[in-house]
Design a protein around this ligand. Sequence first.
Ligand code: GTP
Ligand code: MG
Length: 294
Amino acid sequence: MNICLLGLSGSGKTCYLYTACHVLSRGVSVKDHVISATSRSRQQQLRLNNGIEQMANNVWPQGSISTLTYPFDLKIDGKIIGQFTIYDYRGGALDGMADDDQDDANELFDTFEDSSCIVFLIDGDTVLEGLNPNDVATVHQNRISPQKRLRARNKINYIEALLQECNDRMNRNVPILLSITKSDIFTDSELQAGYKLLRELLPSVFSLYNDKIVGVSSVTLGENLQNNQGRLTGILRLNTSGNVHIPILFALLQEIDEDGSQFDNPDEARRLIRNLFTADKISFYRGGKPALLM
Ligand SMILES: Nc1nc2c(ncn2[C@@H]2O[C@H](COP(=O)(O)OP(=O)(O)OP(=O)(O)O)[C@@H](O)[C@H]2O)c(=O)[nH]1
Ligand SMILES: [Mg+2]
């Protein structure tokens, strides 16, 4: 199965993948069991290792220029129970106006046709810039301007069009996870205002008529992270404290719910993953209203 992980250019896909894959390869403990995901390709494992080591050496990855495919085994207590594949591509394919971008976007949508959900990584910098001035903390006031706000809001609103196109290709409505990246740049109240902004700018996702589950979460790779001309400063956290495991596990849970026969022991996997979805990590909506995951 292919995990449909979407995100515009600079939203943090590549860094997210390096970190999440590292954390998941070590495994996440839940209810006396360990869920893990390990690379099924030796070459790609070297690439992922290299990526996270480079970040630990204070160098952010370069913007992606092509698509890389990462196949994984999903394991419970070290036993393989299923397989999945994640793609890392240049986000510019989704928000560029050139013909090449259209071709690349079409190819991506084809790849994700059979996916059972859409995980959208929404750039935290964009969400912060899109906030109402009243919702922005004093320390961030200097980075906000009406022009930037307009641009940021347009960028978030444009995600509706992408979700629509992706859904059309899939020929069905699928659950969606919206995950705000770079959550370390927000104060608590800014992040809450950010979630509210998503509900305002993505009306069809939160529509009364959308009967599919919508998950909302945020991820960060550490604390006080900054990019000074490619140099990483701040503290990188290679554990689950920044929620890096949540988006991939959300996608796996939807896949298990849609077609559990691809997995060994799907009930156990479902039970363990659901246990990790606590209210402080992810919230759910259905028909625009807060919902519980049954
Ligand atoms: N503060 C903070 N910044 C982050 C975090 N994750 C990523 N960034 C910043 O976001 C930049 C872009 O991240 P990438 O992973 O390269 O973005 P991408 O989505 O792969 O971009 P494309 O390859 O162009 O599609 C990084 O260089 C960092 O400056 C985070 O958790 N916190
Ligand atoms: Mg990238």
